[in-house]
Design a protein around this ligand. Structure first.
Ligand code: TXA
Ligand code: MG
Length: 370
């Protein structure tokens, strides 16, 4: 998989010497890809505009897309914002370190390169031990602030293994850059992004922490947190804080017309896309859709990614996914990377149920299929 040229960047993230070297590399303006509990990030010193701009070059990402700043403690997070509302206080104390990003009004010293020129900044404290050790080491020798989007080319599937980082961007790294291997990511989908920069908190991207959990913490109805681009309007919250018969349509309509909502590249339609063509189907449509695809595309290779469906596997490549939402999320991106590497032309993926626990997975699947 990895060519000798790019594997020169790969290091064991658990080693003290590597943590130290990585913090040193960041301080010198190099890029360091590192594991977080969600996905691997492509890091640069978040207070060094020149270093941060290189992230965009390597990803091929438009310069006006903001990146998330990672820090090791709440005091440093606060220093990056000009306001720290009650919602930020409650959410950060409940979910950090962990897979949640807060959008806040920016402090003046946060570079435009990081915020995309907006008046807000995204901040999170990751919980992965390698990420936390790196952030602490970098706080001792540098700014302690690491700007990091997911470590993939713009629009592609996020990496949850160091080998996926190497395959995707290894050939774009330069001498002095580093990729830290911290094993497979535990959560497997990106952080939940909560905008607390206005009076009404909104979820801009579903992620590792469920909408119901955020709503419960803020003492709000989950429907009131829905923001632009939300894939699921009629989620089932039964057993959770909200009633299951709520109407999410209005919240979505309002969000679409809210000019104050920051741009989120995760809300672009075609994002998180594997090379293969992705088709989504409900469990009871899988067999018919698979047969139809094979008939209409003779000679093409189709993989059927199933959770509950039963296919009579007549010449079909069948991949089974976990029943449980957390386990499914953990595996999803690695499976997509592997299926791409195996050269499948199309993936027929069984859509998991419209329930709160599946919101992030359904969101990513829908974007992959867009
Ligand atoms: O789990 C994660 O969040 C991972 C790990 C590495 O922390 N990071 C990640 O970064 O997913 P990225 O850049 O691939 O996605 C971050 C999203 C983008 O869609 C970006 O537009 C949004 O966060 N974002 C960052 N700062 C923002 C801001 N000030 N306002 C609105 N959206 C912002
Ligand atoms: Mg990303």
């Amino acid at each position: 998989m990895n060519t000798p040229a790019n594997s020169a960047f790969l290091r064991d993230g658990a080693s003290d010497a590597v943590i130290k070297a990585a913090a040193h590399a960041l301080a010198k303006g190099h890029l360091v890809a590192f594991p977080t509990e969600t996905v691997y990030g492509l890091g640069a010193d978040g207070l060094n505009a020149i270093a941060a701009r290189r992230i965009f070059k390597v990803k091929g990402r438009p310069a006006d897309h903001p990146v998330i700043l990672h820090v090791a403690d709440i005091a440093l997070a606060k220093s990056l914002a000009s306001q720290w509302p009650d919602a930020a206080d409650t959410l950060s104390k409940t979910f950090w370190p962990g897979p949640m990003t807060l959008i806040l009004k920016r402090a003046a010293h946060v570079p435009d390169a990081v915020t995309g020129g907006q008046d807000t900044v995204g901040v999170r404290i990751p919980s992965h031990p390698v990420a936390l050790r790196l952030l602490k080491a970098f706080a001792a020798t540098g700014s302690g602030v690491i700007a990091a989007p997911s470590a993939n080319r713009f629009g592609a599937v996020s990496p949850t293994r160091a080998s996926d980082v190497m395959d995707d961007i290894g050939d774009r790294l330069l001498e002095g850059d580093m990729v830290m291997d911290g094993g497979a990511c535990d959560v497997g989908v990106e952080s939940t992004i909560v905008d607390v920069s206005t009076g009404a908190p909104r979820i801009l991207r579903p992620g590792g922490i469920s909408r119901a959990a955020i709503a419960k913490c803020l003492n709000k109805n989950p429907a009131d947190l829905l923001a632009i681009g939300a894939a699921d309007q009629g989620l089932d919250f039964s057993g959770e804080a909200a009633s299951s018969d709520m109407d999410l349509g209005d919240a979505r309509h309002d969000a679409r017309h809210d000019a104050h909502l920051p741009r989120v590249s995760g809300s672009l339609e075609s994002h998180y896309s594997p090379r293969a063509h992705v088709i989504l189907a409900n469990p009871d449509q899988m067999q018919a859709m698979a047969q139809r695809y094979m008939t209409e595309h003779p000679g093409q290779r189709l993989a059927c990614v199933m959770r509950t469906a039963n296919l009579s596997a007549n010449g079909l490549s069948v991949i089974g996914m976990p029943m449980d939402a957390a386990a499914y999320a953990r595996e999803l991106y690695a499976r997509l990377h592997d299926l791409d590497a195996q050269g499948f032309d199309a993936l027929l993926i069984e859509l998991p149920p419209a329930q709160d626990a599946w919101e992030a997975v359904r969101d990513r699947l829908k974007r992959a299929a867009a």
